[in-house]
Design a protein around this ligand. Structure first.
Ligand code: HEM
Length: 153
């Protein structure tokens, strides 16, 4: 793959992000709120999580450490599932309908440097969304528990 094609795919991914409509905006209507939706609220509820997800996708799209991993992925599906996933693990009123973390990432041979890079992208995404640091740390803490399900080497 030459540099031009990488650039073109990055541009395509980024423009898809810009044009994607807020498909999971109705998330809150799916289920009654969980017993403790404090983290969900601290993240800004549905609009806050959607903003984090959009920023996250942009960070990944311009991160040479990991972009190639995502280059052939369906960005609209990724956006929908990552919003559901963040909402669900933050005890928000959403059901996660994507594949399990093990199944999705199996066979990708994701290493810890790549995992850390994606976490850094998420931190930048949350900073840009104005997510309070305490809420960032609580979400990151829950995601850290998924590390063994995602990393293979
Ligand atoms: C905290 C860490 C991570 C979380 C919470 C996470 C979560 C997710 C979720 C929810 C999906 C969508 C699943 C679906 O479509 O059913 C997904 C897909 C994906 N993830 Fe991750 N992920 C993480 C780390 C990583 C890392 C480190 C990489 C690679 C560097 C990666 C690569 C991918 C790719 C390529 C897809 C799309 C797969 C496809 O197109 O079928 N993920 N991830």
């Amino acid at each position: 793959m030459n540099e031009l094609s990488v650039m073109m795919r990055k541009t395509l991914w980024a423009s898809l992000v810009m044009s994607t409509t807020l498909i999971v905006g109705a998330c809150a209507a799916q289920q009654p709120a969980g017993a403790d939706d404090n983290l969900y609220q601290a993240l800004g509820a549905a609009p806050g999580i959607e903003q984090i997800a959009d920023n996250f996708i942009m960070e990944i799209a311009y991160d040479p450490r990991v972009f190639d991993r995502f280059a052939d992925s369906n960005v609209e599906r990724f956006r929908e599932k990552i919003i559901e996933h963040f909402c669900f693990i933050a005890d928000g009123p959403c059901e996660y309908t994507g594949d399990s973390m093990v199944l999705v990432h199996r066979g990708m041979d994701i290493n810890s440097a790549e995992f850390n890079a994606v976490v850094e992208d998420l931190i930048d995404a949350m900073d840009k969304a104005g997510t309070p640091i305490s809420a960032q740390n609580r979400l990151l803490d829950r995601l850290a528990g998924l590390r063994p399900q995602i990393i293979e080497i």
